[in-house]
Design a protein around this ligand. Sequence first.
Ligand SMILES: [Zn+2]
Length: 311
Amino acid sequence: MLQQRTLKSLTRAVGVGLHSGQRVEMTLRPAPADTGIVFRRVDLPQVADIPVKPESVCDCRMATTISPGGDPGAAKVNTIEHLMSACAGLGLDNLYIDITAEEVPILDGSSAAFVYLLQSAGIELQKAPKRFLRVNKPVEVRDGEGRSLKWARLEPYNSFKLAFEIDFDHPAVDQTGQRVEFDFASGQYKRDIARARTFGFTKDVEHMRARGLGLGASMDNAIVVDDHRVLNSDGLRYDDEFVKHKILDAIGDLYVAGHMLLASYTAYKSGHAMNNQLLRALLAQRDAWDIVTFEDTRNAPRGLSELAPAW
Ligand SMILES: [Zn+2]
């Protein structure tokens, strides 16, 4: 049987929120089978449990924010997507995440630090079948026309692969790879995707800060681009780091489903909000998906059956 996974022991991270700039501590703990991933705001007078699921998503302006039942007035956790991407990359099903502020620490702006933390804590197999969300017919969402067109699509596929294309019309970004494909069957999440950092443009900084966003951003946790070039002195980690980060984000956004998808995801200029719309559009069509398990691990899709498919 392909089994669910949690951590072997607990692990901690301390850092700042990318948008809030607030210092935050996070403790990642093992959770029983069928718990899913649950954030717990332990800084509040009454601890608030926020399970990660599509209907918990309440805001996607710059990052993915969740609250109980998606209630915007309730306790929140922001910027969950890079940590969720790391959990997907490691095939982690069940986890408690105790957090002392409203935002997950950004660490180095990628998911590599989370992968390292989770891997260091070790991965435990549990006595319950691992569930996958299998896509059985194409589902698409689109928005805008011409230059403002963007879309995202899911189609049936017997593993999980993603293809993303960006078009920022910016000299520094356009020089890099604009389209990338990643298939979990490769087993190379950690090598090929996890190190891609988030990015921001100096021209947006003032506008973002006025809205209380990006207050923790720096060249230690983001690629910073002015009107012409990348400002980070050590350059890019991958030639196509921008579009790879969009894949990293999409993996995290889709893992909000609570299960790894068995699907092919293709997107053009999509983002957190559109990825969440796509997930909701899929789940709303009851004949477009089902939940599957693998009694015999030999029948599981390649790359998803190993203990840690990330490597
Ligand atoms: Zn991101």
